[in-house]
Design a protein around this ligand. Sequence first.
Ligand SMILES: [Zn+2]
Ligand SMILES: [Zn+2]
Length: 255
Amino acid sequence: MALRFTSLGSGSSGNALVVESGSTRVMMDCGFAISETKARLERVGLAPSDLTGICVTHEHDDHLGGVARFAKRYAIPVYLTRGTSQWLPEDFPAVLVRYIDSHTEFAIDGLAIAPFPVPHDAREPVQYTFSDGARRVGVVTDLGCITQHVVDKLSGCEALVIECNHDIDMLMGGPYPLSLKQRVAGRFGHLDNAGARHLVECLDRSRLRHLIAAHLSQQNNTPALARRALALAAGCEEDWIGVAGQADGFDWRDA
Ligand SMILES: [Zn+2]
Ligand SMILES: [Zn+2]
């Protein structure tokens, strides 16, 4: 059975990614309003009722902001750490909550999902890999710095979606106030292009078939700079590198 994945959009204005194996479809994060999420799902041929579950990474609005209303409206279970769950609204139906442990793999039907903790300025943030047993998709956005654990978890994946948040010179020379620059570039902030390059260089890439830059800052990065950084890491042509756009994400890819 094929394992495939698509992004509905990525960046600080909202993130959502869907992984599919057979009739199981898991959405990772939802930072969009209900109508927007529905429209973006339609674009990739899906309806809300096609989703089996939603896995949340952390409480920041661009990831959790659309989850509760969407999950409640369509009665979709939400998988998240206890730390992240504190940001669900009080009236969110307990019957839809599935607590996960940040170090313990779990399954949704035939899809094996491995969360792993990441350094980021949130209560209990995780990122995920998804596997159908044959192939594995690894996603990491909102990564303050690279840890050996992150390297171990992402090594050997067929597909990687990696944060390329900013170009450090564009960030530092840009209009953000100093405190925000320091937060974004800090060890609990976001990975820049050079950091993403270093992360990919550290990974076992022997099975890698897809490499996609995600969570690009509209203000402090360009798709060309992100592509170049990842292409240097992977030793490939720049146009082989995918970019997850804020407006349009990226189309289905077979892992
Ligand atoms: Zn984010
Ligand atoms: Zn975040």
